[in-house]
Design a protein. Structure first.
Length: 428
């Protein structure tokens, strides 16, 4: 019982103490509030508002710090990615650099081999030049001999024709005047057959020329000259003036004066003027037709002379030019000569028609006056001159074409006729 009493007394004391302390604190706070000035409440409100502002700024600052941390992490990741990319590119650049260095080394070795090859080719070119010069010399000698023989054969044929027809008759076309072309055609045909047989027997070497051709060119000369062995020729000095023979000259290096065509045309012009004086009262159209025919021959001779001048200015035998370019240029010259030959053939046909007209107009009547006799003589002289001009022009063109075909055959284009006829369908 005594213990319980002590406990209750202690509890009462503690309660009394708590009440006393609470009263003291309340009284102290009341005194503190009473001692405060009158504007202290406004100051407290101001402090509270400042605290709220600072709290808000602190919140924003914390948000900014969070954003900066996240950006810093992203930047670090991006920097790491960039470093990886640069590292991979650097490896690729190093591999490319090694590959380029290897290519440079290989190119240097190839350049050295090409330089050696160029030196070898230059040596071969010098050898080819020497061979070409030797072949050109041999071809020139053969051409000179063939021209000499062909002129002799044509002279014999002309002499026989004059004996058979004292009036200087003839058809005026290529069949009558083209004996030299016929010989050249047989000559070229025989030579083409030989080349085809050799190409079938062995493969071409040395740029299209076989070793047998380079080693023994004399064999071709003996075979080609065998076509002329059965012919009997007279001396050329008795039939031709020396100005018609130019030693070792191509026909396209001869002008109209050297061939005698210009002098024939001048003589023809004088005879036409004399005919106009004698036949002033003649109402036929024959003198006008003769004048037109003479103008045709003058124009044709001028075109042939112009072709020869262009061929001299651009020599088709120039060895310094390329093979393809030289062959193309020679083929162009050959085409133009072929067109001129066609035009000469047409002019010869017109000459035949003119002869027929002359025969109808002046050779059917009787000679009843001295004037008609003089006109007939003038017609005969003009007709003979026209036929001679026609003949000389056709021979000139045939020799130019034969020379060009010989050059093409020497360069490997032996089938020149088939070449320019098949490749150029506009040539009739």
């Amino acid at each position: 019982m005594a213990g319980e009493d002590d406990g209750n007394s202690n509890q009462e004391e503690q309660d009394h103490l708590h009440q006393t302390i609470s009263s003291y604190i309340g009284l102290s706070f009341s005194l503190f509030l009473a001692s405060l000035p009158s504007n202290s409440f406004n100051f407290v409100q101001k402090l509270q508002s400042q605290i709220r502002d600072l709290s808000l700024r602190l919140f924003h600052t914390e948000e900014q710090l969070k954003q900066m941390k996240s950006r810093r992490k992203e930047d670090s990741k991006a920097n790491a990615r960039v470093v990886e990319i640069f590292a991979s590119h650097r490896n690729a650049w190093q591999a490319e650099e090694k590959r380029l260095l290897q290519q440079i080394d290989a190119a240097g070795e190839e350049m050295a081999s090409l330089r050696a090859r160029i030196q070898d080719l230059q040596g071969e070119r010098e050898e080819w030049k020497a061979r070409i010069q030797e072949l050109e010399r041999e071809v020139g000698e053969r051409e000179e001999m063939i021209g000499f023989m062909s002129r002799s054969a044509v002279a014999n044929f002309a002499a026989e024709e004059d004996e058979e027809d004292p009036s200087g008759g003839g058809c005026g076309n290529r069949e009558c005047y083209g004996l030299e072309e016929s010989f050249n055609f047989v000559y070229d045909q025989h030579h083409h057959q030989q080349q085809q047989q050799q190409q079938q027997q062995q493969q071409p070497v040395n740029g299209g020329l076989s070793a047998d051709l380079l080693a023994s060119p004399y064999k071709f000369w003996t075979d080609r000259a065998s076509l002329w062995q059965d012919m009997h020729n007279e001396s050329v000095e008795s039939l031709y003036h020396m100005k018609h023979y130019v030693a070792r000259e191509s026909p396209w290096k001869v002008d109209g004066e050297s061939t005698g065509i210009s002098s024939k045309l001048k003589l023809l012009e004088q005879e036409l003027q004399n005919l106009e004086k004698v036949g002033k009262t003649d109402l036929s159209k024959v003198p006008a037709l003769m004048r037109k025919q003479a103008k045709r021959y003058q124009a044709l001779a001028g075109k042939i002379d112009d072709l020869c001048r262009r061929m001299q200015a651009s020599d088709p035998c120039e060895p310094t030019l390329g093979q393809e370019f030289r062959t193309q240029r020679q083929t162009e010259f050959l085409l133009e000569a072929f067109r001129l030959q066609q035009r000469a053939s047409e002019t010869g046909q017109k000459l035949m028609a003119l002869q027929t007209e002359i025969g109808k107009s002046y050779y059917g009547d009787e000679l009843d006056s001295e004037a008609k006799l003089s006109m007939r003589r003038s017609f005969d002289s003009i007709r003979n001159n026209l036929k001679e001009v026609q003949r000389n022009l056709e021979i000139w063109l045939a020799r130019i074409m034969g020379d060009l075909e010989g050059i093409l055959a020497r360069d490997g284009a032996s089938r020149a006729r088939e070449f320019y006829v098949s490749r150029y369908p506009f040539v009739q």
